[in-house]
Design a protein around this ligand. Structure first.
Ligand code: AGP
Length: 611
């Protein structure tokens, strides 16, 4: 959940590293630092600051770091408070500098061993042991690459590492185990980063390291060994998303830009995947047909927003395909004994493709007897994509705002395509499929219509800014939509938000309802509308204030205690995609009114690569 970058070049690298950190700040933003080797004096100079990358930038503006070899880091604290002394890079005796993303689980015994040898520690981090372990071996006369190799053999846990040695002007050692790491290939210069986005300003050619890989990154060459110590040749892949994707454009926040991109994103997920009247199965890869022919049940695993997408997919799969579908959050699933149904497809959903719990669950599943593993993912080349049998990319482009928006809607579209290709093997008629394909094709334009409600939603948001609690209600597949709405509001506005299936209201949460507890309802015109209206009356009868996003035909008006915003009529199965949008806009505007850090809410990080 930290971001690391490194650069070796024939030019000054501090600007490249700083730009890389800014692009990685979504991964963590409680402190930042940079270490650069100055060829003039042969020393490693290091600057670190608590707070955001801007603090580091200001410090470097006062006192620039000179040199053509360097590493840098933006931190999401795990061990040790977010203070300057815990910021990376960590140095050992001025000679070795390390940046790390991950958690070293056995750092305490390693640290105790070093303390017994007289080593003094300057931080509370797990990472600092790595610097001292490498330094200890260098002191014993071990060559730098070998010292790193021996050190990582001592580590338990997860790491992406970049390490430099003051005496090696042409070498960055990079290692990956459990945390993402790529090598950017330039001309006469090379880079490393947690995410290709960080280095798009200097290259679009990347090597994606595998688990256990150890790389020597030099000015003119990159060599990689796998965990068995054998040399491996990884393909150099061109990064495909447009470079301007990391630009905020006309928007004040990435989140708003990403919300507004959703019609185009839905088009991008559908592109090349729809025939005139049916989903094109080839989109899932050459082996998909043989696998899909055998699927009799689905197990979905994901975290956070992606989990909510999976919950909606469960409704679709059971309704359209008619086979059992189970869903669980990855952090629970991976630690319990589970029963694998025969011919079960293991389906992971992830924006980043690097979420530690989801990845660990996939690895467990591969040993557990599933028919095959499919991932719905937004990042090509990510760990989940590489380790799954099948993948369907969501093509949403880089999502920078920590609060997931366009990734969610693109996942939903991809999941609906998946339900359709499975469904045609279990009784969906060609007419039904064609009807849904048409509904999907109409969706981008309908999303535009919903986005045009932005200023009405902004006005509504003023009624939330002074509230401390809120309740989100939905029924059927709109219940996970309500959950996603509640997650958005809590993560960026810090207002406590809970979601309930509306029918559960009278079983407890109704006790909370009063004027200070806004109740947000998603009310499409489906078979559950009348029941939902009854639930809304339960709220009104207790003096509660309702905010309803409703179908034009739902027959709900504005009145005392009820504020209704009408949405276009959509096919009921596509409804969850459409009804997500107003909830995203509402959270956004409430957060802006409250003055929170919309794109980088406190305590969170975009890519959760630690468990
Ligand atoms: C939601 O806004 C968050 N960004 C978070 O819940 C996220 O969806 C979760 O951490 C899973 O991430 P992934 O999709 O990259 O696996």
């Amino acid at each position: 959940m930290c971001g690391i970058v490194g650069a070796i070049a024939q030019r000054q690298v501090s600007g490249i590293l700083l730009e890389g950190l800014k692009r990685l700040e979504y991964r963590g933003y409680d402190s930042a630092g940079m270490a650069v080797r100055d060829q003039a004096d042969g020393q490693i100079h290091c600057t670190r600051r608590s707070g955001k990358v801007a603090e580091l930038e200001a410090a470097l503006g006062q006192q620039p770091l000179q040199g053509s070899l360097g590493i840098a880091h933006t931190r999401w604290a795990t061990h040790g408070k977010p203070e300057e002394r815990n910021a990376h890079p960590h140095l050992a005796d001025g000679r070795v500098a390390v940046v790390h993303n991950g958690i070293i689980e056995n750092f305490e015994p390693l640290k105790n061993g070093l303390i017994a040898k007289g080593v003094e520690f300057a931080s509370d981090t797990d990472t600092e042991v790595i610097a001292h372990l490498v330094h200890d071996k260098l002191n014993q006369g071990v060559e730098f690459p070998e010292a790193v190799k021996q050190t990582i053999a001592q580590l338990d846990g997860a790491y992406a590492l970049a390490i430099i040695d003051q005496q090696q002007p042409d070498l960055i050692m990079a290692a990956r185990m459990g945390s993402p790491l790529v090598i950017g290939i330039g001309i006469g210069e090379n880079f490393i980063a947690s995410d290709p986005l960080a280095m798009l300003q200097v290259t679009d050619q990347f090597i994606y390291l595998d688990e256990g890989d150890l790389a020597e990154v030099r000015l003119e060459s990159v060599s990689v060994r796998n965990r068995a110590g054998e040399p491996v040749e990884h393909e150099v892949l061109r990064y495909e998303h447009g470079q301007d994707a990391t630009d905020k454009g006309e928007y004040r926040h990435y989140m708003m830009k990403e919300i507004m991109e959703q019609p185009a994103v839905v088009e991008a997920v559908l592109e090349g995947r729809l025939g005139k009247e049916a989903v094109l199965e080839q989109a899932f890869g050459a082996e998909a047909k043989a696998i899909f022919d055998r699927v009799q049940s689905v197990q979905i695993i994901a975290c956070g927003t992606s989990y909510h997408a999976g919950m909606i997919a469960k409704y679709w799969i059971e309704e359209l395909v008619g086979i059992p579908c189970q869903i669980e959050v990855a952090s629970e699933y991976r630690y319990r004994k589970t029963v694998v149904l025969p011919n079960s497809l293991f389906l992971t959903i992830s924006q980043s493709g690097e979420t530690a719990d989801t990845l660990a669950a996939l690895r467990e599943a591969k040993e557990a007897g599933f028919l095959a593993c499919l991932t719905i993912c937004n990042v090509p080349g990510s760990s989940l994509v590489r380790e799954s049998d099948l993948s369907l990319m969501t093509n949403a482009g880089p999502e920078i705002g920590v609060a997931s928006t366009k990734a969610f809607t693109s996942q939903l579209v991809a999941l609906l395509l998946t339900a359709l290709v499975l469904g045609r093997r279990h009784g969906i008629s060609a007419e039904q499929e064609s009807e849904l394909v048409s509904a999907l094709k109409r969706l981008p334009q309908q999303l535009e219509q919903v986005l045009s409600l932005d200023s009405a939603i902004e006005t509504l948001s003023q009624r939330f800014a002074d509230k401390n609690h809120s309740l989100f209600l939905g029924r059927g597949a709109m219940y996970p939509v309500a959950m996603e709405g509640a997650l958005k509001l809590k993560e960026i506005s810090y207002i406590h938000a809970e979601a309930y299936p509306a029918g559960e209201l009278k079983h407890g949460p109704l006790a909370l309802v009063d004027k200070e507890m806004p109740v947000i309802v998603v009310a499409p015109n489906n078979s559950l509308l009348e029941k939902l209206k009854a639930n809304m009356q339960e709220v009104q009868a207790r003096g509660g204030e309702l905010y309803v996003f409703a179908d034009q035909a739902a027959g709900l008006d504005n009145g005392e205690g009820i504020h209704t915003l009408e949405l276009p009529h959509v096919h009921s199965l596509v409804g969850p995609i459409l009804y997500t949008i107003p909830l995203q806009l509402l959270s956004y505007h409430v957060a802006v009114l409250k003055g929170t850090d919309v794109d980088q809410p406190r305590n969170l990080a975009k890519s959760v690569t630690v468990e």
